[in-house]
Design a protein around this ligand. Structure first.
Ligand code: BTN
Length: 313
């Protein structure tokens, strides 16, 4: 139990009462109050004691733990930054030194956020920008499956937890009525047949105001629901859902997710073009197979594609 839990009733509590309730010193209470203030909580101090006045949209580890009602198997630690170049870059630089998976780096603002193909990723205040460290026992060529199940987890969160009818655009964009609400980026370090680590970067437009040039192609969850959406709550929902999916993936493999994925992708059975970086392949989208590859029916026969971008729907 921490000071924040006791203050969440938004009533005045004296330093003495807090210290007694938590069996800690008043200096320790004071220290926790200062940390909370640094993390964006507005706490009033008066002769009556401390009172939590506002809880903007704080994305702290405490807030995350308050939001989850059950233990988070995968989650280990949340490293929060007000402003950072990129959560992805940050986590990649420390990934070798971190022994266990489940560490998350998040930030309110990214000044150098990037997406797939190193494209700039607009990351202003109000969005949920985070990177998660995973250490799966996979071969490097299987890591793309991980990106697919992360998109499935996000799609479930949007649908089941927020009632928003999203779809997946292969491989892992989350779309609402054709506009992008979330993107996923997966970086890895691997040798031969072994994956050392995977850093999954997830960007979700939540309460952020999208720049003019993105307005037609992107959308935020707040805009869809027409209300403010708490980011810690959203991250907690994602972690709960991903935890379940990741455990099932480890136990039973990828094949169990194929139907759900194909039921949720856009442009199924439609003619699409994929830019693989080497080639543009055109064909009818038959969905993914049990290896997570996208199958296109082309005039030359079936083509299986591991990576690429859909350039035309
Ligand atoms: C894409 O759709 O191209 C993927 C976008 C991934 C953006 C996230 S935001 C958190 C993490 N940090 C980054 O710099 N990128 C990812």
């Amino acid at each position: 139990m921490k000071v924040l839990n006791l203050l969440s009733d938004k009533k005045y509590l004296s330093g003495k009462n807090l210290a007694e309730a938590l069996s800690i010193s008043r200096a320790a209470v004071h220290k926790q109050i200062n940390t909370l203030k640094r993390n964006g909580y507005v706490i009033e101090s008066s002769p009556k004691g401390y009172k939590l006045c506002a809880k903007d949209d704080v994305l702290s580890e405490q807030e995350l733990l308050l939001a989850v009602k059950k233990p988070l198997g995968i989650f280990k630690k949340l490293l929060y930054y007000k402003k950072i170049n990129s959560t992805q870059t940050k986590l990649k630089t420390i990934a070798d030194a971190v022994a266990r998976e489940g560490v998350i780096v998040c930030a309110d603002v990214q000044t150098g956020g990037y997406g797939r193909m190193k494209r700039e990723w607009s990351s202003s205040n109000g969005g949920l920008w985070f990177s998660m460290l995973l250490k799966p026992a996979l071969r490097p060529d299987e890591v793309s499956k991980l990106a697919l199940i992360i998109s499935l987890a996000l799609n479930r969160v949007f649908k089941q937890k927020y009632g928003v009818k999203t779809n997946i655009k292969w491989p892992n964009d989350i779309l609402f009525k054709g506009r992008k609400a979330s993107g996923i980026l997966v970086d890895m370090s691997a040798e031969q047949d072994i994956v050392n680590w995977v850093v999954a970067g997830i960007g979700i437009n939540v309460n952020n105001v999208l720049p003019k040039e993105l307005k037609n192609i992107s959308v935020s969850l707040g805009e869809i629901l027409n209300k403010f959406v708490g980011r810690a709550q959203l991250l907690a929902q994602f972690l709960c859902v991903f935890d379940e999916i990741y455990a099932a993936f480890k136990k039973s493999g990828f094949k169990i997710f194929v139907k759900e994925y194909n039921d949720n992708i856009v442009f199924i059975n439609e003619s699409i073009k994929i830019d693989t970086g080497f080639d543009i392949i055109e064909g009818v989208n038959l969905g993914i197979d049990g290896d997570g590859k996208l199958i296109l029916k082309t005039p030359k026969g079936l083509e299986k594609i591991t990576a690429g971008t859909v350039v035309k729907g």
